[in-house]
Design a binder for this molecule. Sequence first.
Ligand code: MN
Length: 245
Amino acid sequence: MRILISNDDGYLAPGIVALAEALAPIAEIVVVAPDSNRSGSSNSLTLDRPLSLYRAANGFYFMNGTPSDCVHLALTGLLSYKPDLVVSGINQGQNMGDDTLYSGTVAAATEGFLFGIPSIAFSQVEPGWSQLESAAKMARRIVEQRFDTLQKPYLLNVNIPNRPYDDLEEIVATRLGKRHQSEAIIKSQDPHGREIFWIGPAGAAKDASEGTDFYATAQGKVSITPLQIDLTHSTQLNALKEGLL
Ligand code: MN
């Protein structure tokens, strides 16, 4: 098995190092990741400047681009073969509900999926890297699942509670929950007294009911959500057709 690994926290992040170490014994791995933290970059591609690819001492490739750039470049320029799987992460912090739209971690996996390759995004529920070895072991266990019942390519979003491996409850299939709208922007001042802004934190969970990713991880379970990219709202499409004058 040949696996392409990326993330959005950057090639130096403990999460991608742990993921690569966990998967190296079971697959031929190639890591291509951003040179710095690109969390929240979603599916953006860099079109206004050139991209440069570098290789770190540990063999990881890194580049001055987004997670989508990394996977895109790997699949269209760097690799001479099509990997069997693209994995992303392990992200520092959850990607649940509406987070998946903003997430660079999910975006890296999405890029693989768009190229027809089964892809999995991994995130730890809490930031800070606690229990990272446990999450990496779980990621390997999930990569080793056959997913025979799924149509290929599949796109899976996994959230892992920060718990010791033996304390992780079962792996459950979930749907995305929903969040309230984001909290207000944070106003501050730069050293010159000019007003500056920081984007505020994501909103609290609004739909965290049974069956959601929020619910499963709150129970100490590992959540796997199958994602799709078609954003067409079929009900609204029909309503629109009927309502057009
Ligand atoms: Mn991140």
